[in-house]
Write a protein that binds this ligand. Sequence first.
Ligand SMILES: Nc1nc2c(ncn2[C@@H]2O[C@H](COP(=O)(O)OP(=O)(O)OP(=O)(O)O)[C@@H](O)[C@H]2O)c(=O)[nH]1
Ligand SMILES: [Mg+2]
Length: 192
Amino acid sequence: MSDFKLVFLGASTVGKTTLFQRYTKGFISQTQTSIGASFGVRKLTMPDGNECTLGFWDTAGMERFKAISRNYYRGADATLIMWDVTEPASFNTAVEWCEEVHNNHPEILICIVGNKIDCLTGTEPTKPNERKLVAATKGMLFRVSAFTGDGIDDMFSQIAHQLIENKDKVAEAPAAPTVDVKAQKEGGGCGC
Ligand SMILES: Nc1nc2c(ncn2[C@@H]2O[C@H](COP(=O)(O)OP(=O)(O)OP(=O)(O)O)[C@@H](O)[C@H]2O)c(=O)[nH]1
Ligand SMILES: [Mg+2]
């Protein structure tokens, strides 16, 4: 069984805690602005019967907590960078998080999650260009509703599938050659 650590990031009120609650607890309740971080777990059975455990950190989106939230994504397998599809400004924050994680930790899988699709009317004046994030996210761009549950199960299946594939690739990579420092020293000289 594989264990993965995922971290929610994104501006305040985009719906991180709501999605976190729905997926790890199975219900949603009235949320308040997060001030710290919460942890939750969900087990997932893949179509091939394999199981994996997804451990989630829900972080606080307010600007003043950014430095704290930053501590949580270090060492994560994936970040779920959320934005609110009705709030273009929250997309800019998502782009900033995406650039930061991608530049500092290219090994972390970045997923961009547009939330609140239940609120879309089709008459929104601006439509953020998610496609510009395709390369940094390896195509992990999603649109969901934490309220209705739309798109959520499918999203986490795709993310888990990608994480397992990444892990298998690392496991298959040839091991780096080992150097016997002691033997070289005993042999004298510089070993060349
Ligand atoms: N319509 C709609 N409202 C949502 C959805 N997800 C969250 N909300 C509402 O958006 C508001 C903010 O949600 P939170 O989950 O607290 O947002 P957050 O990202 O955790 O905010 P911070 O903790 O401040 O970072 C709440 O009133 C939620 O009920 C959704 O999918 N659709
Ligand atoms: Mg919250």
